[in-house]
Ligand binder design. Structure first.
Ligand SMILES: *[C@@H]1O[C@H](CO)[C@@H](O)[C@H](O)[C@H]1NC(C)=O
Length: 312
């Protein structure tokens, strides 16, 4: 920036969310509490599912994998945002910026595929209960997990392949608290209009597409539940309502970030805050705390942990 030949930007300046002290203090408390809670909650889920033989079913494997992604999620932008809050100059290196973009898209797309797989899992469990264990066997579960990571990581590489060669020669101010594609591309010193459209359309299309697939599959499940059973339907309904709320709360902000066309009125920044702080916390609370089996299992794990030191 100062001195050297000015043609290459090696770091970016994040503008953050606000200059107001009150809001910054609020954000500090809010973000710290929620990200700590989601790190703890998600690691507890992974630990519980791994340690309890009662929970060795496809649904819990997928849930644990979802929690694992959420755990990664809460490390991508939030710790840097929190540590930057009270800094005057919030600087991020070029590599840091690119890796944020990479991990946001890899984790995001993986999570979307996994959510679709979880909807499929509920569809089989509710609509074809007799075939559940033959269809959702261990091999299928492992393939689902591998496929979702493969799709997530390739999507992310593809997005970066479009932008990694762009020339950056200043300005280098990113008007947000993290790096993501729409704002990153706008800073390149070349005509990026078509590229912006392409990249935004790609992510927007994937989020919208996954969202509609999920909503349609839940509608199909709901219709089947209403037609076939009467007794089990209230339990199925409560499970489904949990899934549907996660889907809406996860995709809403996500779609907004890529489809919102007005950079001068930055609602998307605040919605991104929602996605990076609240969503990782929501999954464990919504999927788990309303699930009796999971709660019992956590209690068992807890009493085991309490007992073991006195025995040795
Ligand atoms: C993810 O799912 C696979 C197979 O379904 C399972 O073996 C693995 O333990 C899960 N990973 C986590 C972190 O729970």
């Amino acid at each position: 920036m100062d001195g050297t030949n000015q043609s290459v930007v090696s770091e970016f300046i994040l503008m953050g969310l606000t200059d107001s002290w009150v809001i910054q203090i609020f954000l500090f408390v809010f973000a710290s509490v929620f990200s700590l809670a989601s790190m703890l909650g998600n690691s507890l889920i992974v630990l519980t599912v791994a340690s309890d033989s009662h929970l060795q079913s496809p649904m819990y494997f997928l849930l644990a994998n979802l929690s694992f992604i959420d755990m990664i999620d809460s490390f991508i932008v939030t710790p840097k945002m929190i540590s930057d809050l009270f800094r005057k100059h919030k600087i991020i290196s070029f590599g840091g910026c690119v890796s944020q973009i990479f991990f946001i898209h890899a984790a995001g797309a993986t999570e979307m595929v996994l959510l679709i797989a979880m909807a499929f899992d509920r569809y089989i469990a509710i609509c074809k209960p007799l075939h559940y264990l033959t269809i959702m066997n261990l091999r299928v579960c492992i393939s689902i997990v591998i496929i979702s990571w493969t799709i997530g990581i390739s999507h992310s590489f593809l997005q970066l392949a479009f932008v990694i060669k762009l020339p950056f020669c200043g300005p280098n101010k990113v008007d947000s608290f993290y790096c993501d594609l729409p704002r990153f591309i706008r800073l390149a010193c070349t005509d990026t209009y078509r590229l912006q459209f392409l990249v935004t359309a790609n992510s927007g299309f994937i989020s919208l597409g996954a969202f509609f697939i999920l909503i349609i599959s839940y509608i199909v499940i709901l219709i089947t539940v209403r037609q076939h059973s009467s007794g089990g339907s209230s339990k199925a309904l409560s499970t489904l309502s949990a899934h549907i709320s996660v889907v809406i709360l996860f995709f809403g902000p996500c779609i907004f970030v890529y489809v919102w066309p007005f950079p001068t009125f930055p609602v998307d920044k605040y919605l991104a805050l929602f996605d990076s702080i609240i969503t990782p916390f929501l999954n464990p609370t919504i999927y788990t705390l309303r699930n009796k089996e999971m709660k019992m299992s956590m209690k068992r794990l807890w009493s085991q942990l309490m007992r073991s030191p006195s025995m040795s």
